[in-house]
Design a protein around this ligand. Sequence first.
Ligand SMILES: [Zn+2]
Length: 457
Amino acid sequence: MPKIILPKSVESVYLIDMQKVLLLFSIPFILLTNFETRAQSAKDFAEIWEKNHISNILPSNARHKDLQKYLAALKEMGLKIDEVGRSYANREIYQIEWGKGATRVFLWSQMHGDEPTATSALIDMFAYLQQNGDKKWVKKFEETFTIRAVPMLNPDGTELYQRRNLQGIDINRDATNLKTPEGQLLKKLRDEWSPQIGFNLHNQQDLTTAGDSTRQAAISFLAVLGNPNGITNAGHERNKRVIGAMTLALNQFISGYIGRYDEDYNALAFGDNFSAWGTPVILIETGALYGKDEMFLVKMNFVAFLSALQSIAEGTESKLSPINYDLLPLNTSGKLAYFIFRKATIVNNSDAGVAPFVSDVAVNLERRRAELLALTYVRDVGGLPNLTGLEEYDASDFYLVPRFGKIKPGEAGEFLFYKKSRTVDWKTPNLESSVPPDAIFSQGKWLKGEGVLQKKN
Ligand SMILES: [Zn+2]
């Protein structure tokens, strides 16, 4: 990093004018050069994303045709885009390529159709790199790497917003069976090119937690080992350090909300097999973060990708300790629910003979596209001291009545709330319209009476 060195002779009466002139001319130049050659910080990358991202639809709403629009824009910018294969339903699968360096980096996203975040982040990354070749750090990337990426490996699953492909096969359990055209393609792309590092890009459950905490794991990592014996190798160790670099970057935004997966070997998964075949893989799983939307997580992916690449291009990863990776808390599940109503008096009106009783009720949301109505279901009923809600409500002053069916696990999380001071005949036909409730909770929102129940967190 060049420093601005003030000439000592600046004190000289005779030289001062000339020095000043030179200085005046050189300062902007030095500052500019300085700005361009120093390592980009995580905040720089985040700002770059905010100012330049071209993905403009929430990832969960994006279809194959939206990907094609993004790719057309990338092609217009001069990026190399190739159709490299077709899905089971004959949808085009594409590969983007950028850079001319010797280090071959391969990324693929959305092999599970309902795991879309990284697809948008890849588009944004390539768009920026392609349009900013004049920046020194981008030039360095270009000279260091050849980057190939397959965004949306499973377009049929994406259309249906489901994990599996159209055959109903989990592509990520098809690495050795190769019954899916998508899996066959992925293996072929690796075998033909032998990338030195692979990034397997997924989304995990929104309620995955980091370690013993009840904090959501917004991002999780795994340096995939690729053998069942726990024997490490240089690529695996490098990937741990690269994950360390990504973690240090993401800590600027989501410290405490980053997790790590256990190194359970899966003989059928692509990550393990890629690693075994010679392309050590980093798994990135995007989760969710309460109060943040999908685009925030696209930004986090963007920051992670560029931080990983920078750590390799600048050689900083080699100086990092694997401890940044090893200290990441292991992911856990089962501790969080989306909503918990504490100490509600439950009136299961269709359950003749069951007297109202006091209980907690936890409600979860199903994974769906953002544009669709949220589907809720009762996660659990009972005393739930070991479960934490992303939103919790004190329902101790209320009757909780199901809008449809009964209050039991798996049933819709659609509730009417009546103040306990009211006297209501629960057998009244068309209860909701005949005896208007004080509050209605529907599709994860307050349809009526928001603020009537006290929020606990
Ligand atoms: Zn997945």
